[in-house]
Design a protein around this ligand. Sequence first.
Ligand SMILES: [Zn+2]
Length: 249
Amino acid sequence: MSRINGFIGRRHLFNLAGMGSLGIVASMAGCSVSGNAKNAIASQAALADAVVTKRKPVSPDEALKLLLQGNQRFVQQKRKYPDQSLERIRLVAQAQYPFAAILGCADSRVPAEIVFDRGLGDLFVVRIAGNVASESAIGSLEYATNVLGSQVIVVLGHKRCGAVATALQDQPISGRMGLIVENIKPAVEKIKSTTDNLQVDAVVANIKYQAQRLQDNSTILAKLIRQNKLKIVSALYDLDTGAVSIIKT
Ligand SMILES: [Zn+2]
């Protein structure tokens, strides 16, 4: 199997990268494939190859720099809206190589592509209330890093996070929301008695806790970190200014 940038190579990637493409190929394999269909598949593969040859590997530090530069443009209202052209749509339709992955809160005020001023195919974004490192979130991020080649994961929490605020209250939660809150409680319980700024410190503690859970609960992510192919970074989004700050761990 060929490898790109230390990760799984292009043919395998092409098969895995687009669920739509995979579905089409699989369904065609189940019946007789016409000449035209074969040609279509071959030309798609050729296009994917063309994209691969243009791919520029981005190190974890470079990936983080690109994100922070984009956030700076967003804060200063100097957005460039990169990678959103019709050409870009066609290019990434064949394969994706997102340079960064985000584990962010589902909060409607923190959309990753907007706050980092990025476009199609740039970010692999997993959003869930409280930026919780759930089993599904970890699986998605393993795919982003180990298969698609993202070299940084940013765990992005935000000020006044409703999920964290709920975890600070000792009240029963109805429905599946309780599952999310239970996954935040261990983070906030630790700091409850040691801070005089509970709302902000609880958010930060939760971001750090979920970042740690990613590597503690995934041998794949932990291995990529040991091999210097991945960094997991904690970051806080300021709802009032739009700025993203890196949290030192
Ligand atoms: Zn939130």
